[in-house]
Design a protein around this ligand. Structure first.
Ligand code: ATR
Length: 276
C-alpha cells in the first residue's frame, strides 16, 4: 500500500512491547481492507503513561491497544468507558475521537469467540487458574454465558472481590476441582518458561477436560493435556479475536479474520513492505 500524508496511525502501548504480535496482524488487516493506516508499537513505561497518551492523542493517533501493565491505569484517562470495561475494570482498546477518549475491553469477547471454537462454555463448569487482569476478562465472559466458575489463585485473598462481583467460587487446590471441571483455563504466567513448576499435578488431567492456556505457545500444561487426548487451545485465537474486535471498533469495518490469522502465522506480507 502507498503511504501518503493521509495515513492514520494506530498502535499498541505496553511495557515491554517488543514481543507484541499485534502489529503483524493489524497491519495486514489495514492493508487488506484498503484502509490507509499503520499500526505501530509504543514502549511506554508507567511513569510516562500520561504524557504518552496526551502526546499520541495530540499527534492525531486514532486508536490504541493497551497491554500490560497499563490496562487498569488507562481507565482514568477515558471520557467514555464501555459497560464491559467498567465491569471488568480493565481496558485493552482506546479510540480517540475529535472530542473524547473512548475506552473498551475486547479481551472478554476475544476469549469467548476463541473458546467457542472448541466448546460452548454455556452451562459448563470452568476452573480458572489465576485472579489477575486476564482472569477478570475470562470470568466476565464465562459468567455472561452462565457458566459455573471455580477460581484458584496462588494468593487466595485476590479471589474475594471476584466472589463478590462475579459470583465465582473459590477453590483451595486446583486438584479439588478436576473431577467436576469441564474446562480448565490458565490465565497465569506459569508455563511461559518450560522450567516453571506446574500449577498442579498435570497427570491428573483426563480426556474429558478441555484445556485452554492464554500463553501464546504450547505450555507444559497443554502438552500434558494433549498426551491425555484433551482438546486444547493456546493464547493465539484469543489474541486474534480481541484484536479483530478492536479493529471493528476503530474502523467500523468487519475485520478480515482469515487474513489476520495468516498474518499471525507469519504467512501474509504486511502492507508497508510492498511497493505498489
Ligand atoms: P495478567 O494481566 O496477565 O492477568 P496479573 O494481573 O499480574 O497479569 O496476574 C498474574 C496472575 O498470574 C495472578 O493470578 C498471579 O498470582 P498472584 O495473584 O498470586 O500473584 C499469577 N501468577 C504469576 N506467577 C505465578 C506463579 N509462579 N505461580 C502461581 N501463580 C502465578
Amino acid at each position: 500500500m502507498r503511504i501518503t500524508g493521509k495515513v492514520e496511525i494506530y498502535g499498541v502501548i505496553g511495557y515491554p512491547i517488543k514481543h507484541s504480535l499485534s502489529p503483524l496482524f493489524q497491519n495486514a488487516a489495514f492493508f487488506w481492507t484498503g484502509i490507509e493506516a499503520l499500526y505501530v508499537p509504543f514502549e511506554v513505561s508507567p511513569e510516562n503513561l500520561k504524557k504518552a497518551l496526551e502526546g499520541l492523542r495530540a499527534s492525531g493517533v486514532k486508536g490504541l491497544n493497551v497491554t500490560i501493565p497499563h490496562k487498569e491505569a488507562v481507565l482514568s484517562f477515558a471520557d467514555v468507558i464501555s459497560p464491559e470495561a467498567k465491569e471488568i475494570g480493565a481496558v485493552n482498546t482506546l479510540k480517540f475521537t475529535r472530542t473524547s477518549v473512548e475506552a473498551y475491553n475486547t479481551d472478554w469477547i476475544g476469549f469467548l469467540k476463541a473458546i467457542q471454537e472448541l466448546e460452548d462454555p454455556k452451562g459448563k463448569t470452568v476452573l480458572v487458574l489465576g485472579a489477575g487482569g486476564a482472569a477478570k476478562a475470562v470470568i466476565y465472559s464465562l459468567k455472561k454465558v452462565k457458566a459455573q466458575v471455580l477460581v484458584w489463585n496462588r494468593t487466595p485473598e485476590k479471589i474475594f472481590p471476584l466472589e463478590e462481583k462475579f459470583g465465582v467460587e473459590k477453590i483451595k487446590r486446583p486438584e479439588e476441582a478436576l473431577p467436576v471441571a469441564d474446562i480448565i483455563v490458565n490465565t497465569t504466567s506459569v508455563g511461559l518458561k518450560e522450567e516453571d513448576p506446574p500449577l498442579f499435578d498435570y497427570s491428573l488431567l483426563e480426556e474429558k477436560h478441555i484445556v485452554v492456556d492464554l500463553i501464546y505457545k504450547d505450555t507444559p500444561l497443554l502438552k500434558e493435556a494433549k498426551k491425555k487426548s484433551c482438546r486444547v487451545q493456546n493464547g493465539f485465537p484469543m489474541l486474534l479475536y480481541q484484536g479483530a474486535e478492536s479493529f471493528r471498533i476503530w474502523t467500523g469495518c468487519n475485520p478480515p479474520l482469515e487474513i489476520m490469522k495468516l498474518a499471525l502465522k507469519g504467512e501474509f506480507p504486511t502492507g508497508y513492505s510492498r511497493i505498489p
